[in-house]
Design a binder for this molecule. Structure first.
Ligand code: NAD
Length: 302
């Protein structure tokens, strides 16, 4: 069993680090949020006082953070992971941060005698809870070989896509599809409601018809139909509107770089940007349906 550090104990980091503990690894965690640290402690994660303290003497460092900017802050600089983790060990970054920054961080890690694997995930909080995530790895073969046995504790489909950044490339190409599907599911579900269609009947018909998709089936955006959809739990995240918007921005920026049209992703990005501007950025992404005018009762307890 290994000694690992886990930086970023949010919606994904909490269940993933818990699965690491349950698999028998010794996990030292760090998060800037006190409530996150308390939840992790209750799951058997030892809590460190700082990033430097968390990464000292470990076999590998996991990061699960919102954005490229935060990952860069956590791994770089004198107090960061690269400078304080043992030489020869690897940072396994499960965040969605984009291709170029993953390559830059891998080069910076190499200069400091450590490794960096981009290992973004798909499957949402439910996939994290059930340890059935898909993991898309980019990095040097020896670093990926060090990461893979540990990742079996959090995922069920692990693929080495290619060199550094290629895991992020795969994630961009997946999440553009997912996020456009989510925006469409929200828009059309509001229309279905306005047409007077019963939500359960609408769901039952679509999931047996050509409109079906992973997001529609798992994250149906009207409450009371899909038990595990955040829509059935007061639109609490899950996967926040601000984060799905970040992924769409990564997709549209990447497409622009390659001269590829991604107009549907640009339209979806605008919808989520509007939701964020309306103050809904911290809601689950299914909550776009609310911003778009879905009429639902949210339980007072949420
Ligand atoms: P989150 O916001 O719930 O968690 C991020 C955590 O990082 C928070 O607890 C925050 O306090 C902590 N943090 C911020 N700055 C920090 C710092 N400097 N040092 C230590 N901790 C710090 O986000 P999430 O939903 O868990 O997503 C994390 C990443 O995974 C994102 O890149 C997201 O796009 C990706 N992702 C999320 C999902 C999902 O369904 N939520 C699914 C797949 C991928």
């Amino acid at each position: 069993m290994s000694k690992i550090a886990w930086i970023g104990l949010g919606h994904m980091g909490i269940p993933m680090s818990r699965n690491m503990v349950e698999a028998g690894h010794s996990v030292r965690g760090y998060d800037v949020s006190e409530s996150a640290r308390e939840k992790a402690l209750a799951n058997g994660v030892d809590i460190a006082d700082s990033i430097a303290d968390a990464v000292r003497d470990v076999d590998a460092v996991f990061t699960m953070l919102q954005s490229a900017k935060v990952v860069e802050q956590v791994v770089s600089g004198p107090g960061g992971a690269f400078a304080n983790m043992p030489k020869g060990t690897v940072v396994i970054d499960c965040s969605t941060i984009g291709i170029d920054i993953a390559r830059t961080l891998a080069a910076s890690a190499r200069e400091q005698g450590v490794g960096f694997v981009d290992a973004p995930v798909s499957g949402g909080v439910q996939g994290a809870e059930e340890a059935t995530l898909t993991l898309m790895l980019g990095g040097d073969i020896d670093h990926v070989a060090a990461a893979e046995p540990l990742l079996k504790s959090v995922g069920s489909y692990i693929v080495h896509v290619g060199p550094s950044g290629d895991g992020q490339a795969m994630k961009v190409a997946n999440n553009a599809l997912m996020a456009v599907g989510m925006a469409t599911a929200c828009e059309v579900s509001v229309l279905a409601q306005k047409l007077g269609l019963d939500p359960q009947m609408y769901f039952d018909v679509v999931t047996r018809s050509s409109g079906d998709s992973w997001v529609f089936r798992n994250w149906f955006p009207l409450p009371g139909v899909v038990e595990n959809s955040p829509a059935s739990h007061g639109y609490e995240p899950g996967f926040m509107i601000d984060l799905i918007h970040k992924d769409l921005r990564l997709a549209t920026a990447t497409a622009a770089e390659f001269g590829v049209r991604l107009d549907t992703a640009a339209a979806a990005a605008q919808l989520f940007a509007d939701a964020s501007a309306a103050g809904d950025g911290g809601r689950d992404c299914t909550g776009l349906a609310l911003t778009l005018g879905a009429e639902v009762q949210i339980p007072a307890s949420v």
